[in-house]
Design a protein around this ligand. Structure first.
Ligand SMILES: Cc1cc2nc3c(=O)[nH]c(=O)nc-3n(C[C@H](O)[C@H](O)[C@H](O)COP(=O)(O)OP(=O)(O)OC[C@H]3O[C@@H](n4cnc5c(N)ncnc54)[C@H](O)[C@@H]3O)c2cc1C
Length: 389
């Protein structure tokens, strides 16, 4: 049965929300997670790629949610030169509907209560203080009180705005994505493919992530400023017509990925934001699963401590720890993203032509970067511009 009061209320049961709930509950405080959808983990709006190192601190890899194991990248330039990079670190393509569900189970095991079909539509305020949330459950309006509210409500987050946090993201930093899960496809089952350039995905990239059993996620993201002129779906359709004209498409999804800095404020009064809601996505790759889990774990742990010590000022530790562990690195990735996504097709081709000259067993992202600089010293100035101007 639902209580009238919880120490911590988490809005949203994505990876950031359930991880926050779990880390708070592990401190012995009462936690409620409210999720608007019927199921935790579904619908999936994701390419589902993660690194093994990224998820291992939170959950032991399990074949039931690993669709494929990745050990190489294939980078494809605008003139379709393919550069394969093998790596020793492992990546996974997930079955997120099972993975997210397992994260939910870990939060429940730690003591959190999870309620689905619970749509939060406002914060509850009493005497000028935020004291809980208002939500609709099975069509009925309800209220629940809590000391700390964690907004884990994804890219379209409203909790931050309700609390008066500026959540605005520049249109050019909002990657507009579309993705199909296809079957009957013949690609390397252990490689992720990335296509770059204006014909594939201007201001972003197009991906093929294999999902085993002749299936794959094929999608692309383009900068929001570019999407004004030509839609992501139109780029996707051209790709399919050229490469896989009759491929069976099993699902289609679309969504935004905020490839920006973390929001300036991720804590206000007793409200904390985590995951996409806080803009904790890696701005270079667009990956937000593991970084959201890191944000969630820090926020959950700090929230639990603040409750136990009856000191909400402790919540301000969360942004400090986040910036030290990840946020500062994301600021560098953001600058690199801006450099790479503004490379001309000619520059991308020239880098690829240099890279394929490196023997495959010596080819790494760093070696490609070095040879690209050697081959095209003007790149140094392009990077210098990004970092120093
Ligand atoms: C097309 C696409 C491809 C991507 N590919 C990758 C990838 O390959 N690898 C990667 O790491 N990342 C990828 N991402 C990004 C990744 O999906 C997100 O960064 C990640 O899901 C963020 O986790 P989260 O918990 O913050 O938010 P979400 O996973 O979005 O979860 C938010 C939850 O909050 C719920 N919610 C929202 N509003 C309310 C409300 N008012 N009341 C109650 N519940 C609410 C939602 O239903 C949802 O369950 C991709 C994104 C897209 C769109």
């Amino acid at each position: 049965m639902l209580e009238k009061f919880y120490d911590v209320i988490v809005v949203g049961a994505g990876p950031a929300g359930t991880t926050a709930a779990r880390f708070a509950a592990e401190q012995g405080v009462s936690v409620l997670v409210l999720e608007k959808d019927r199921d935790v983990g579904y619908p999936v709006r994701c390419g589902e790629a993660v690194s093994k190192d990224g998820i291992e601190p939170f959950i032991q890899p399990d074949q039931k949610w690993i669709a494929s194991t990745i050990n190489s990248f294939i980078l494809i330039s605008p003139d379709e030169t393919e550069v394969k990079i093998n790596f020793s670190r492992t990546g996974y393509i997930l079955e997120r509907r099972i993975f997210d569900y397992e994260l939910g189970k870990l939060a429940a095991k730690a003591g959190a209560t999870i309620l689905t079909k619970a749509y939060v539509y406002d914060l509850l305020r009493e005497n000028g203080q935020i004291t809980g949330v208002k939500f609709e459950h099975n069509g009925e309006p309800k209220e629940v009180r809590g000391k700390i509210i964690i907004g884990a409500d994804g890219v379209e987050s409203r909790i931050g705005r309700f609390a008066g946090i500026k959540t605005h993201t520049k249109i050019s930093d909002m990657e507009c994505c579309v993705q199909f899960t296809v079957s009957n496809i013949n690609v390397n089952p252990n490689a992720c493919y990335f296509y770059f350039g204006t014909k594939f995905a201007p201001g972003g990239y197009l991906w093929i992530f294999p999902k085993g059993n002749d299936s794959a996620n094929i999608g692309l993201g383009i900068g929001g400023d570019k999407a004004k002129y030509r839609s992501p779906i139109s780029f996707m359709n051209s790709f399919f017509e050229n490469k896989f004209p009759n491929i069976p498409k099993l699902t289609m999804i679309s969504g935004g990925v905020p490839c920006s800095f973390t929001l300036e404020k991720i804590v206000k009064d007793n409200v904390m934001l985590v995951g996409d809601a806080a803009r904790q996505v890696n701005p270079l790759s667009g990956g937000g699963i593991t970084s959201g889990m890191i944000g969630g774990s820090i926020a959950g742990e700090v929230a639990g401590k603040a409750i136990k010590q009856n000191n909400l000022n402790l919540l301000h530790e969360y942004p400090k720890i986040w910036h030290q562990r990840v946020g500062k690195r994301h600021e560098i990735y953001y600058k690199i993203k801006n450099a790479i996504y503004n490379f001309s097709d000619e520059t991308l081709n020239s880098i690829a032509h240099s890279a394929i000259k490196i023997p495959e067993n010596e080819r790494t992202l760093l070696s490609i970067f070095k040879i690209a600089l050697y081959d095209k010293p003007s790149l140094i100035f392009e990077f210098a511009k990004i970092f120093f101007y």
